[in-house]
Design a protein around this ligand. Structure first.
Ligand code: 5AD
Ligand code: SF4
Length: 488
Protein backbone atom coordinates (compact mmCIF):
# COMPACT_ATOMS: atom_id res chain seq x y z
CA UNK A 1 0.00 0.00 0.00
CA UNK A 2 1.53 3.22 -1.07
CA UNK A 3 0.81 6.12 1.22
CA UNK A 4 2.95 8.88 -0.20
CA UNK A 5 2.00 12.52 -0.11
CA UNK A 6 3.84 15.64 -0.90
CA UNK A 7 2.95 17.68 2.15
CA UNK A 8 4.60 19.82 4.75
CA UNK A 9 4.75 19.47 8.51
CA UNK A 10 1.95 21.98 9.01
CA UNK A 11 -0.70 19.76 7.48
CA UNK A 12 -0.15 16.60 9.42
CA UNK A 13 -3.74 15.55 9.83
CA UNK A 14 -6.82 15.02 7.71
CA UNK A 15 -5.07 14.22 4.44
CA UNK A 16 -5.81 11.64 1.78
CA UNK A 17 -7.02 8.19 2.80
CA UNK A 18 -8.18 5.36 0.61
CA UNK A 19 -11.25 3.20 0.93
CA UNK A 20 -11.22 -0.55 0.82
CA UNK A 21 -14.15 -2.81 0.13
CA UNK A 22 -15.85 -5.45 2.23
CA UNK A 23 -16.00 -6.01 5.97
CA UNK A 24 -12.55 -5.11 7.16
CA UNK A 25 -10.72 -7.09 9.80
CA UNK A 26 -8.64 -4.84 11.36
CA UNK A 27 -6.14 -9.01 10.50
CA UNK A 28 -1.69 -2.14 10.38
CA UNK A 29 10.18 11.17 17.94
CA UNK A 30 13.82 13.62 18.97
CA UNK A 31 17.00 15.54 18.68
CA UNK A 32 20.00 13.59 17.63
CA UNK A 33 21.60 13.80 21.04
CA UNK A 34 18.86 13.32 23.56
CA UNK A 35 16.80 10.79 21.65
CA UNK A 36 13.66 12.84 22.31
CA UNK A 37 12.14 15.16 19.74
CA UNK A 38 11.59 18.71 20.89
CA UNK A 39 8.67 20.11 18.87
CA UNK A 40 9.88 23.65 19.53
CA UNK A 41 13.07 22.82 17.68
CA UNK A 42 11.49 22.54 14.24
CA UNK A 43 13.76 25.23 12.79
CA UNK A 44 16.87 23.30 13.73
CA UNK A 45 15.32 20.09 12.50
CA UNK A 46 14.35 21.73 9.21
CA UNK A 47 17.80 22.97 8.48
CA UNK A 48 19.17 19.52 9.29
CA UNK A 49 16.79 18.04 6.74
CA UNK A 50 17.26 20.63 4.07
CA UNK A 51 20.99 21.16 4.14
CA UNK A 52 21.82 17.54 4.46
CA UNK A 53 19.54 15.88 1.98
CA UNK A 54 17.24 18.10 0.02
CA UNK A 55 14.71 16.67 2.46
CA UNK A 56 12.70 14.25 0.35
CA UNK A 57 11.53 10.77 1.27
CA UNK A 58 9.32 8.13 -0.24
CA UNK A 59 7.77 5.58 2.10
CA UNK A 60 5.99 2.45 0.98
CA UNK A 61 4.23 0.20 3.45
CA UNK A 62 3.53 -3.51 3.26
CA UNK A 63 1.47 -5.62 5.61
CA UNK A 64 -0.86 -5.02 8.50
CA UNK A 65 -2.46 -1.99 10.13
CA UNK A 66 0.30 -1.95 12.73
CA UNK A 67 2.75 -1.36 9.90
CA UNK A 68 0.48 1.26 8.33
CA UNK A 69 0.40 3.08 11.62
CA UNK A 70 4.14 2.69 12.25
CA UNK A 71 4.64 4.32 8.85
CA UNK A 72 2.41 7.19 9.89
CA UNK A 73 4.65 7.70 12.90
CA UNK A 74 7.87 7.35 10.89
CA UNK A 75 6.51 9.87 8.37
CA UNK A 76 5.58 12.25 11.21
CA UNK A 77 9.07 11.96 12.61
CA UNK A 78 10.70 12.69 9.25
CA UNK A 79 8.36 15.60 8.53
CA UNK A 80 9.05 17.07 11.93
CA UNK A 81 12.72 17.02 11.04
CA UNK A 82 12.19 19.00 7.86
CA UNK A 83 11.97 16.22 5.34
CA UNK A 84 9.26 16.35 2.70
CA UNK A 85 7.23 13.32 1.62
CA UNK A 86 7.01 12.72 -2.12
CA UNK A 87 4.81 10.47 -4.19
CA UNK A 88 7.35 8.56 -6.23
CA UNK A 89 10.63 6.87 -5.40
CA UNK A 90 12.18 8.71 -8.35
CA UNK A 91 11.51 12.08 -6.73
CA UNK A 92 12.97 11.03 -3.39
CA UNK A 93 16.45 11.20 -1.98
CA UNK A 94 15.55 8.62 0.63
CA UNK A 95 13.45 5.55 -0.15
CA UNK A 96 12.04 3.62 2.79
CA UNK A 97 10.19 0.32 2.73
CA UNK A 98 8.25 -0.63 5.81
CA UNK A 99 8.10 -4.35 5.36
CA UNK A 100 6.09 -7.42 6.29
CA UNK A 101 7.41 -10.95 6.72
CA UNK A 102 4.31 -12.72 7.98
CA UNK A 103 4.28 -14.97 4.91
CA UNK A 104 7.07 -15.72 2.46
CA UNK A 105 5.36 -13.95 -0.42
CA UNK A 106 5.21 -10.69 1.51
CA UNK A 107 8.92 -10.87 2.29
CA UNK A 108 9.78 -11.70 -1.33
CA UNK A 109 7.93 -8.62 -2.52
CA UNK A 110 10.34 -6.46 -0.56
CA UNK A 111 13.39 -8.03 -2.16
CA UNK A 112 11.91 -7.59 -5.60
CA UNK A 113 11.36 -3.87 -4.79
CA UNK A 114 14.92 -3.58 -3.58
CA UNK A 115 16.11 -5.28 -6.78
CA UNK A 116 14.79 -2.31 -8.76
CA UNK A 117 17.52 -0.17 -7.18
CA UNK A 118 20.47 -2.40 -7.95
CA UNK A 119 21.53 -0.06 -10.76
CA UNK A 120 19.80 3.19 -10.02
CA UNK A 121 20.08 3.42 -6.24
CA UNK A 122 23.53 5.01 -6.16
CA UNK A 123 22.42 8.56 -5.42
CA UNK A 124 19.70 7.50 -3.01
CA UNK A 125 19.51 6.40 0.59
CA UNK A 126 17.57 3.16 0.69
CA UNK A 127 16.20 1.83 3.95
CA UNK A 128 14.40 -1.33 5.00
CA UNK A 129 12.20 -0.94 8.05
CA UNK A 130 9.89 -3.31 9.92
CA UNK A 131 9.61 -7.04 10.05
CA UNK A 132 11.87 -8.09 7.15
CA UNK A 133 14.55 -5.78 8.56
CA UNK A 134 14.28 -7.40 11.96
CA UNK A 135 14.15 -10.90 10.53
CA UNK A 136 16.97 -10.69 7.99
CA UNK A 137 19.13 -8.16 9.85
CA UNK A 138 22.60 -7.53 8.43
CA UNK A 139 22.00 -10.17 5.74
CA UNK A 140 20.02 -7.55 3.84
CA UNK A 141 23.30 -5.70 3.19
CA UNK A 142 24.66 -8.88 1.62
CA UNK A 143 21.63 -9.46 -0.58
CA UNK A 144 21.22 -5.81 -1.50
CA UNK A 145 24.46 -3.90 -0.82
CA UNK A 146 22.87 -0.66 -2.05
CA UNK A 147 20.70 -0.62 1.09
CA UNK A 148 22.11 1.57 3.85
CA UNK A 149 19.51 1.39 6.63
CA UNK A 150 18.05 -1.73 8.24
CA UNK A 151 15.79 -1.02 11.19
CA UNK A 152 13.22 -3.18 13.00
CA UNK A 153 10.14 -1.70 14.61
CA UNK A 154 11.46 -2.01 18.16
CA UNK A 155 14.26 0.41 17.21
CA UNK A 156 12.18 3.20 15.65
CA UNK A 157 12.75 5.34 18.74
CA UNK A 158 16.36 5.57 17.63
CA UNK A 159 15.54 6.62 14.07
CA UNK A 160 16.65 10.23 14.59
CA UNK A 161 20.14 9.06 15.53
CA UNK A 162 20.14 6.69 12.58
CA UNK A 163 19.06 9.45 10.20
CA UNK A 164 21.90 11.59 11.48
CA UNK A 165 24.34 8.76 10.78
CA UNK A 166 22.96 8.32 7.27
CA UNK A 167 23.25 12.01 6.60
CA UNK A 168 26.81 11.90 7.82
CA UNK A 169 27.47 9.42 5.03
CA UNK A 170 27.41 6.13 6.96
CA UNK A 171 26.39 3.41 4.50
CA UNK A 172 25.58 0.67 7.02
CA UNK A 173 23.21 1.85 9.71
CA UNK A 174 21.24 -0.71 11.73
CA UNK A 175 18.64 -0.74 14.48
CA UNK A 176 17.99 -4.34 15.36
CA UNK A 177 17.56 -4.44 19.14
CA UNK A 178 14.53 -6.39 20.11
CA UNK A 179 14.70 -6.41 23.88
CA UNK A 180 13.38 -2.92 24.43
CA UNK A 181 10.66 -2.35 27.00
CA UNK A 182 9.67 0.91 25.34
CA UNK A 183 6.99 1.68 22.81
CA UNK A 184 7.37 3.99 19.81
CA UNK A 185 5.62 7.25 20.61
CA UNK A 186 5.90 10.33 18.44
CA UNK A 187 5.14 13.97 19.04
CA UNK A 188 3.75 14.12 15.53
CA UNK A 189 2.09 11.39 13.54
CA UNK A 190 1.35 11.96 9.86
CA UNK A 191 -2.02 10.20 9.64
CA UNK A 192 -3.00 8.89 6.24
CA UNK A 193 -6.63 8.11 6.93
CA UNK A 194 -8.56 11.33 7.54
CA UNK A 195 -11.52 9.52 9.11
CA UNK A 196 -10.10 6.82 11.29
CA UNK A 197 -7.15 7.40 13.58
CA UNK A 198 -5.03 4.41 14.48
CA UNK A 199 -3.34 4.23 17.88
CA UNK A 200 -1.03 1.48 19.02
CA UNK A 201 -1.76 0.55 22.62
CA UNK A 202 0.34 -2.61 22.83
CA UNK A 203 3.37 -3.57 20.79
CA UNK A 204 5.04 -6.93 20.23
CA UNK A 205 3.63 -10.29 21.19
CA UNK A 206 4.24 -12.73 24.04
CA UNK A 207 2.16 -15.52 22.56
CA UNK A 208 4.25 -18.06 20.76
CA UNK A 209 2.11 -19.40 17.94
CA UNK A 210 4.21 -22.04 16.26
CA UNK A 211 3.90 -20.56 12.75
CA UNK A 212 4.34 -16.89 13.53
CA UNK A 213 7.32 -14.57 13.07
CA UNK A 214 5.79 -11.69 15.01
CA UNK A 215 7.27 -12.49 18.44
CA UNK A 216 10.65 -12.55 16.72
CA UNK A 217 10.19 -9.50 14.48
CA UNK A 218 8.26 -7.24 16.83
CA UNK A 219 9.72 -8.38 20.11
CA UNK A 220 8.08 -8.95 23.47
CA UNK A 221 4.73 -7.50 24.45
CA UNK A 222 4.85 -3.89 25.75
CA UNK A 223 1.69 -2.04 26.76
CA UNK A 224 1.55 1.71 26.62
CA UNK A 225 0.47 3.71 29.69
CA UNK A 226 -3.27 4.42 29.82
CA UNK A 227 -2.69 8.15 30.46
CA UNK A 228 -0.57 8.47 27.34
CA UNK A 229 -3.21 6.65 25.29
CA UNK A 230 -6.03 8.82 26.63
CA UNK A 231 -3.98 11.98 26.03
CA UNK A 232 -3.53 10.98 22.40
CA UNK A 233 -7.23 10.21 22.02
CA UNK A 234 -8.07 13.67 23.39
CA UNK A 235 -5.63 15.25 20.92
CA UNK A 236 -7.18 13.28 18.08
CA UNK A 237 -10.67 14.38 19.07
CA UNK A 238 -9.46 17.99 19.13
CA UNK A 239 -8.07 17.52 15.62
CA UNK A 240 -11.55 16.46 14.54
CA UNK A 241 -11.29 12.68 14.51
CA UNK A 242 -14.45 11.00 15.75
CA UNK A 243 -13.33 7.41 15.16
CA UNK A 244 -10.29 5.76 16.69
CA UNK A 245 -8.98 2.25 16.31
CA UNK A 246 -6.80 0.80 19.06
CA UNK A 247 -4.14 -1.49 17.67
CA UNK A 248 -2.09 -4.37 18.94
CA UNK A 249 -1.13 -7.84 17.72
CA UNK A 250 -3.05 -9.05 20.76
CA UNK A 251 -4.83 -5.84 21.65
CA UNK A 252 -6.96 -7.37 24.40
CA UNK A 253 -3.88 -8.66 26.22
CA UNK A 254 -3.33 -5.03 27.19
CA UNK A 255 -2.01 -4.53 30.73
CA UNK A 256 -1.73 -0.94 31.89
CA UNK A 257 1.85 -0.48 33.13
CA UNK A 258 0.91 2.60 35.19
CA UNK A 259 -0.43 2.72 38.74
CA UNK A 260 -3.96 2.97 37.35
CA UNK A 261 -3.72 -0.69 36.25
CA UNK A 262 -6.60 -0.25 33.85
CA UNK A 263 -8.14 -3.34 32.38
CA UNK A 264 -8.51 -3.39 28.59
CA UNK A 265 -12.31 -3.21 28.85
CA UNK A 266 -12.05 -0.22 31.23
CA UNK A 267 -9.68 1.49 28.82
CA UNK A 268 -12.22 0.97 26.02
CA UNK A 269 -14.93 2.59 28.14
CA UNK A 270 -12.71 5.52 29.04
CA UNK A 271 -11.62 6.11 25.45
CA UNK A 272 -15.30 6.18 24.49
CA UNK A 273 -15.88 8.92 27.11
CA UNK A 274 -13.52 11.36 25.41
CA UNK A 275 -15.55 14.30 24.11
CA UNK A 276 -15.90 14.17 20.33
CA UNK A 277 -15.23 10.44 20.00
CA UNK A 278 -18.16 8.59 18.44
CA UNK A 279 -16.66 5.26 17.44
CA UNK A 280 -14.01 3.11 19.10
CA UNK A 281 -12.61 0.05 17.33
CA UNK A 282 -9.91 -2.36 18.38
CA UNK A 283 -7.96 -5.13 16.70
CA UNK A 284 -6.66 -7.88 16.87
CA UNK A 285 -8.17 -9.80 19.80
CA UNK A 286 -6.63 -13.05 20.96
CA UNK A 287 -9.27 -15.64 21.91
CA UNK A 288 -7.48 -16.69 25.11
CA UNK A 289 -7.60 -13.19 26.59
CA UNK A 290 -11.10 -12.46 25.36
CA UNK A 291 -13.45 -12.24 28.36
CA UNK A 292 -17.07 -11.41 29.13
CA UNK A 293 -15.99 -7.96 30.37
CA UNK A 294 -15.30 -6.86 26.77
CA UNK A 295 -18.78 -7.86 25.65
CA UNK A 296 -20.27 -6.18 28.75
CA UNK A 297 -18.38 -2.98 27.88
CA UNK A 298 -19.79 -3.07 24.33
CA UNK A 299 -23.25 -3.65 25.78
CA UNK A 300 -22.87 -0.65 28.05
CA UNK A 301 -21.33 1.78 25.62
CA UNK A 302 -22.78 2.20 22.13
CA UNK A 303 -19.66 4.05 20.96
CA UNK A 304 -17.76 0.76 21.18
CA UNK A 305 -18.22 -0.63 17.68
CA UNK A 306 -20.05 -3.89 17.09
CA UNK A 307 -17.19 -5.70 15.45
CA UNK A 308 -14.64 -8.13 16.84
CA UNK A 309 -11.79 -9.66 14.89
CA UNK A 310 -11.10 -12.97 16.62
CA UNK A 311 -8.66 -15.16 14.67
CA UNK A 312 -9.42 -18.85 15.11
CA UNK A 313 -6.68 -20.17 12.75
CA UNK A 314 -8.10 -23.72 12.77
CA UNK A 315 -11.27 -25.51 13.82
CA UNK A 316 -9.41 -28.60 14.97
CA UNK A 317 -8.22 -28.81 18.57
CA UNK A 318 -5.41 -31.10 17.47
CA UNK A 319 -4.12 -28.49 14.99
CA UNK A 320 -4.69 -25.66 17.46
CA UNK A 321 -2.52 -27.52 19.92
CA UNK A 322 0.20 -28.02 17.30
CA UNK A 323 -0.05 -24.31 16.53
CA UNK A 324 0.32 -23.52 20.28
CA UNK A 325 -2.78 -21.33 20.14
CA UNK A 326 -3.58 -22.04 23.82
CA UNK A 327 -7.30 -22.75 23.35
CA UNK A 328 -9.43 -25.64 22.10
CA UNK A 329 -12.19 -25.54 19.52
CA UNK A 330 -14.73 -25.71 22.35
CA UNK A 331 -13.12 -22.86 24.27
CA UNK A 332 -13.10 -20.73 21.14
CA UNK A 333 -16.77 -21.48 20.56
CA UNK A 334 -17.49 -20.37 24.14
CA UNK A 335 -16.03 -16.96 23.22
CA UNK A 336 -18.25 -16.85 20.15
CA UNK A 337 -21.25 -17.67 22.36
CA UNK A 338 -20.30 -14.78 24.68
CA UNK A 339 -20.28 -12.41 21.71
CA UNK A 340 -23.51 -13.79 20.28
CA UNK A 341 -25.10 -13.28 23.70
CA UNK A 342 -24.52 -9.52 23.54
CA UNK A 343 -27.48 -7.14 23.59
CA UNK A 344 -26.76 -5.98 20.04
CA UNK A 345 -25.56 -7.95 17.06
CA UNK A 346 -21.76 -7.92 16.92
CA UNK A 347 -19.97 -8.81 13.70
CA UNK A 348 -17.20 -11.33 14.01
CA UNK A 349 -14.35 -11.75 11.55
CA UNK A 350 -11.49 -14.21 11.70
CA UNK A 351 -8.20 -15.43 10.25
CA UNK A 352 -7.69 -19.02 9.16
CA UNK A 353 -4.53 -20.86 8.17
CA UNK A 354 -4.98 -23.90 5.95
CA UNK A 355 -2.38 -26.57 5.42
CA UNK A 356 -0.54 -26.33 8.73
CA UNK A 357 1.84 -29.35 8.93
CA UNK A 358 -0.10 -32.47 9.83
CA UNK A 359 -3.55 -31.02 9.02
CA UNK A 360 -5.60 -34.00 7.84
CA UNK A 361 -8.81 -33.95 5.78
CA UNK A 362 -10.67 -34.54 9.05
CA UNK A 363 -8.94 -31.59 10.73
CA UNK A 364 -9.76 -29.42 7.77
CA UNK A 365 -13.40 -30.55 7.84
CA UNK A 366 -13.51 -29.21 11.41
CA UNK A 367 -12.31 -25.83 10.16
CA UNK A 368 -15.06 -25.82 7.54
CA UNK A 369 -17.65 -26.67 10.17
CA UNK A 370 -16.29 -23.86 12.33
CA UNK A 371 -17.42 -21.45 9.61
CA UNK A 372 -20.95 -22.86 9.87
CA UNK A 373 -20.99 -22.65 13.64
CA UNK A 374 -19.40 -19.24 14.06
CA UNK A 375 -21.21 -17.56 11.14
CA UNK A 376 -18.44 -15.08 10.49
CA UNK A 377 -19.01 -11.81 8.69
CA UNK A 378 -15.58 -11.98 7.12
CA UNK A 379 -12.78 -14.54 6.87
CA UNK A 380 -9.16 -13.94 5.94
CA UNK A 381 -7.78 -17.25 4.77
CA UNK A 382 -4.08 -18.00 4.32
CA UNK A 383 -2.06 -20.92 3.09
CA UNK A 384 0.46 -21.94 5.74
CA UNK A 385 3.84 -20.46 4.90
CA UNK A 386 6.90 -21.80 6.75
CA UNK A 387 8.81 -18.90 8.27
CA UNK A 388 12.33 -18.57 9.62
CA UNK A 389 12.80 -18.56 13.40
CA UNK A 390 9.42 -20.19 14.03
CA UNK A 391 8.89 -23.47 15.94
CA UNK A 392 6.71 -24.99 13.20
CA UNK A 393 9.61 -24.88 10.77
CA UNK A 394 10.86 -28.08 12.40
CA UNK A 395 7.56 -29.94 12.00
CA UNK A 396 7.30 -32.88 9.64
CA UNK A 397 4.34 -33.76 7.48
CA UNK A 398 4.13 -30.75 5.21
CA UNK A 399 0.93 -30.33 3.19
CA UNK A 400 1.43 -30.08 -0.59
CA UNK A 401 0.84 -26.61 -2.05
CA UNK A 402 -1.87 -28.01 -4.27
CA UNK A 403 -3.83 -29.30 -1.28
CA UNK A 404 -3.39 -25.97 0.52
CA UNK A 405 -4.80 -24.23 -2.54
CA UNK A 406 -7.80 -26.56 -2.67
CA UNK A 407 -8.50 -26.09 1.03
CA UNK A 408 -8.26 -22.33 0.77
CA UNK A 409 -10.69 -22.33 -2.16
CA UNK A 410 -13.13 -24.42 -0.13
CA UNK A 411 -12.94 -21.98 2.77
CA UNK A 412 -13.55 -19.07 0.45
CA UNK A 413 -16.49 -20.72 -1.27
CA UNK A 414 -18.20 -21.70 1.98
CA UNK A 415 -17.66 -18.27 3.43
CA UNK A 416 -18.99 -16.65 0.27
CA UNK A 417 -22.28 -18.46 0.77
CA UNK A 418 -22.42 -17.59 4.48
CA UNK A 419 -21.68 -13.94 3.86
CA UNK A 420 -24.17 -13.66 1.03
CA UNK A 421 -26.86 -15.01 3.33
CA UNK A 422 -25.84 -12.76 6.21
CA UNK A 423 -25.80 -9.68 4.02
CA UNK A 424 -29.16 -10.63 2.51
CA UNK A 425 -30.62 -10.74 6.02
CA UNK A 426 -29.71 -7.07 6.36
CA UNK A 427 -32.06 -5.94 3.60
CA UNK A 428 -34.43 -3.31 4.88
CA UNK A 429 -32.37 -2.54 8.00
CA UNK A 430 -31.41 1.03 8.82
CA UNK A 431 -27.76 1.45 9.72
CA UNK A 432 -25.62 4.28 11.04
CA UNK A 433 -22.97 5.07 8.47
CA UNK A 434 -19.89 7.21 8.86
CA UNK A 435 -19.45 8.71 5.38
CA UNK A 436 -15.88 8.57 4.17
CA UNK A 437 -16.06 8.56 0.39
CA UNK A 438 -17.83 10.46 -2.36
CA UNK A 439 -18.16 8.48 -5.56
CA UNK A 440 -17.46 9.95 -8.98
CA UNK A 441 -21.01 8.92 -9.78
CA UNK A 442 -23.45 11.64 -8.93
CA UNK A 443 -25.25 11.40 -5.58
CA UNK A 444 -23.32 8.26 -4.61
CA UNK A 445 -21.44 7.96 -1.33
CA UNK A 446 -19.97 5.26 0.81
CA UNK A 447 -18.93 4.74 4.38
CA UNK A 448 -18.61 2.22 7.18
CA UNK A 449 -21.23 0.83 9.49
CA UNK A 450 -20.26 0.32 13.11
CA UNK A 451 -19.83 -3.38 12.25
CA UNK A 452 -17.16 -2.24 9.76
CA UNK A 453 -19.17 -3.10 6.67
CA UNK A 454 -18.71 -0.84 3.70
CA UNK A 455 -21.99 0.40 2.28
CA UNK A 456 -22.54 2.46 -0.88
CA UNK A 457 -25.62 4.60 -0.88
CA UNK A 458 -27.40 7.34 -2.72
CA UNK A 459 -28.24 10.71 -1.24
CA UNK A 460 -29.36 14.03 -2.62
CA UNK A 461 -27.32 15.91 0.01
CA UNK A 462 -24.52 18.12 -1.29
CA UNK A 463 -21.93 17.42 1.39
CA UNK A 464 -21.82 14.33 3.56
CA UNK A 465 -18.13 13.51 3.96
CA UNK A 466 -17.25 13.06 7.62
CA UNK A 467 -20.86 12.98 8.78
CA UNK A 468 -22.94 10.20 10.32
CA UNK A 469 -26.12 9.33 8.45
CA UNK A 470 -28.88 6.73 8.52
CA UNK A 471 -28.89 4.46 5.50
CA UNK A 472 -31.52 1.88 4.61
CA UNK A 473 -30.14 -1.28 3.02
CA UNK A 474 -31.75 -1.85 -0.39
CA UNK A 475 -29.42 -4.41 -1.98
CA UNK A 476 -26.73 -6.83 -0.89
CA UNK A 477 -23.95 -9.01 -2.29
CA UNK A 478 -21.19 -11.18 -0.84
CA UNK A 479 -18.94 -8.38 0.20
CA UNK A 480 -21.08 -5.34 -0.25
CA UNK A 481 -24.24 -3.54 0.78
CA UNK A 482 -26.13 -0.84 -1.09
CA UNK A 483 -28.64 1.56 0.34
CA UNK A 484 -30.31 4.93 0.37
CA UNK A 485 -29.94 7.81 2.78
CA UNK A 486 -32.96 8.17 5.01
CA UNK A 487 -33.83 11.14 7.17
CA UNK A 488 -33.19 11.06 10.91
N1 5AD B 1 1.59 -18.70 7.35
C1 5AD B 1 0.34 -18.36 6.97
N2 5AD B 1 -0.40 -17.46 7.63
C2 5AD B 1 0.14 -16.87 8.71
N3 5AD B 1 -0.36 -15.95 9.56
C3 5AD B 1 0.59 -15.67 10.48
N4 5AD B 1 1.68 -16.40 10.24
C4 5AD B 1 1.43 -17.17 9.15
C5 5AD B 1 2.17 -18.13 8.42
N5 5AD B 1 3.42 -18.49 8.78
C6 5AD B 1 -1.71 -15.41 9.47
C7 5AD B 1 -2.53 -15.69 10.73
C8 5AD B 1 -2.59 -14.35 11.38
C9 5AD B 1 -2.60 -13.44 10.18
C10 5AD B 1 -2.27 -12.02 10.47
O1 5AD B 1 -1.65 -14.01 9.32
O2 5AD B 1 -3.79 -16.13 10.33
O3 5AD B 1 -3.75 -14.20 12.18
FE1 SF4 C 1 1.56 -14.17 15.87
FE2 SF4 C 1 0.15 -15.65 17.60
FE3 SF4 C 1 1.23 -13.30 18.42
FE4 SF4 C 1 -0.84 -13.31 16.70
S1 SF4 C 1 -0.87 -14.09 18.83
S2 SF4 C 1 1.04 -12.08 16.53
S3 SF4 C 1 -0.44 -15.13 15.46
S4 SF4 C 1 2.35 -15.15 17.77
Amino acid sequence: MNKAFDIGVESLSRNGGAETAGLEAGPSRDTVHSGKFDPTDVAAAKSFGETANGGTFFLETFGCQMNDHDSEKVAGLLLSRGYRQVETPEAARMILYNTCSIREKAAQKVFSRLGEYRERGADKIIGVLGCVAQQEGQDIFKRAPWVSLVCGSASYRKLPEMLAELEAGNKRVTGLDNDTDETFETEITRRDNPWRAYLTIIEGCDKACAYCVVPHTRGPERSRGSESILREVRQLAELGYSEVQLLGQTVNSYVDPTTRHMKFSDLLLEVAQVAGIRRVRFTTSHPRDFGADIVEAIDRESKLCDHIHLPVQSGSTKVLRAMARTYTREEYLEKIALIRGAKRAISITTDIIVGFPGETDEDFAETLSMLDEAQYDGVFGFKYSPRPNTPSLALNDPIPEEVKGQRLAMIQEKQRLIQTARNLAMLGQELDVFVSNKSRRENQWSGHTTSNRVISFSSQEQELLGSYVRVKVTDSGTGSLTGTHVAG
